[in-house]
Design a protein around this ligand. Structure first.
Ligand SMILES: Cc1cc2nc3c(=O)[nH]c(=O)nc-3n(C[C@H](O)[C@H](O)[C@H](O)COP(=O)(O)OP(=O)(O)OC[C@H]3O[C@@H](n4cnc5c(N)ncnc54)[C@H](O)[C@@H]3O)c2cc1C
Length: 294
């Protein structure tokens, strides 16, 4: 629980405080019970007040496209960065982006300014903060390639971390205990048409291979080096398998979809089933790509 004095202080700093807010509204799986608090923070001053005073658990939420919340909800605060964190500035070949900016927006701005480097995130439905935290991208190209530095709050201090000082790997960074507030990207000026062709190819490929008309959280598992988890799941014959309202996509084996009314436990049961079968058949331990918040 949060002390009412802190709540009042946060309201004075422009925060929006929602109590018992259903998390299903804020994630692409459309699953999740109520959080004790969902707090929207509009600027760095308010963020600092929050971090300084908060004594309960909290979790950061971007666009909720790589996350599974529990049906029981969240015992603590779910934090969303809004307002100033949605701002973007462009100067020559640099883009400075608040962490809540949607990837689709930053991609559009880059195209308008003849800047290339974001092609690998075309069609990824997250925010800049979520994408940098999880090093989003395509199979071989990641958003980290075009980062110059990252502004974060860590242990109540603001830090600017150079890209070289962050450990990025496939769908992974070591930014675990950081609140990412801003990301400064360094891009290349190039002929717009080359970039547009690549973006169009990526989107066409996504439309063919991913179930985009149903609720999901993207790929459930990380692909082990050189191996497609989707193909393994297909080989085992689990595509289309249903538990409750959840189903392993017929189109892409590494996607689990909410066909309507799925509970988090339905998704978790399918995850366990896949993990066990893949271990049994191929002796591979699958690693989660989505974040499970319980
Ligand atoms: C249909 C579909 C297709 C997808 N395709 C791809 C794809 O091709 N490639 C790919 O990489 N991903 C893909 N994804 C997954 C997802 O869109 C990306 O991982 C995205 O980067 C997640 O961003 P988000 O803002 O939604 O993060 P969230 O899901 O909100 O959060 C994910 C994690 O990031 C942390 N986080 C969020 N914001 C911050 C912040 N400001 N500071 C610190 N930590 C933060 C959260 O705490 C959480 O741990 C897909 C998802 C869907 C639904």
């Amino acid at each position: 629980m949060i002390n009412e004095n802190i709540i009042n202080k946060l309201i004075l700093y422009g925060c929006k405080i929602l109590r018992n807010e259903f998390l299903s509204k804020y994630c692409s799986f459309k699953i999740g019970g109520p959080a004790d608090f969902l707090i929207e923070i509009p600027n760095e001053q308010a963020l600092f007040i929050f971090l300084k005073n908060i004594e309960t658990n909290y979790v950061l939420l971007g666009n909720g496209t790589n996350i599974l919340f529990s049906d029981k909800g969240y015992d603590g605060v779910v934090l969303r960065l809004t307002g100033d964190f949605n701002k973007i500035f462009v100067s020559k070949n640099k883009i400075s982006s608040g962490s809540s900016v949607l990837l689709s927006n930053i991609l559009q701005i880059a195209i308008k300014n003849n800047l290339v480097g974001f092609e690998c995130i075309a069609g990824v439905p997250g925010t800049v903060g979520g994408a940098v935290y999880g090093n989003a991208g395509s199979k071989d190209e990641w958003i980290s390639t075009v980062i110059n530095d990252i502004e974060v709050y860590k242990n109540l201090k603001k830090e600017i971390i150079k890209k070289e000082d962050v450990k990025f790997a496939y769908r992974k960074s070591n930014l675990e205990n950081c609140v990412i507030t801003k990301v400064n990207f360094l891009l290349k000026k190039k002929v717009k048409n080359d970039s547009l062709r690549e973006i169009s190819k990526n989107i066409q490929n996504r439309l063919k291979t991913q179930p985009l008309d149903v609720y999901s959280a993207g790929s459930i598992f990380k692909n082990p080096s050189g191996i497609s988890v989707g193909k393994l799941i297909e080989k085992i014959g689990l595509k289309g398998k249903r538990i409750g309202g959840a189903q392993i996509s017929q189109l892409h084996g590494n996607f689990i979809v909410n066909t309507g009314g799925a509970l988090s436990r339905d998704i978790l049961s399918l995850i366990d089933l896949i993990k066990n079968e893949v271990k049994k058949r191929f002796n591979i331990n699958l690693e989660m790509e989505i974040k499970i918040i319980e």
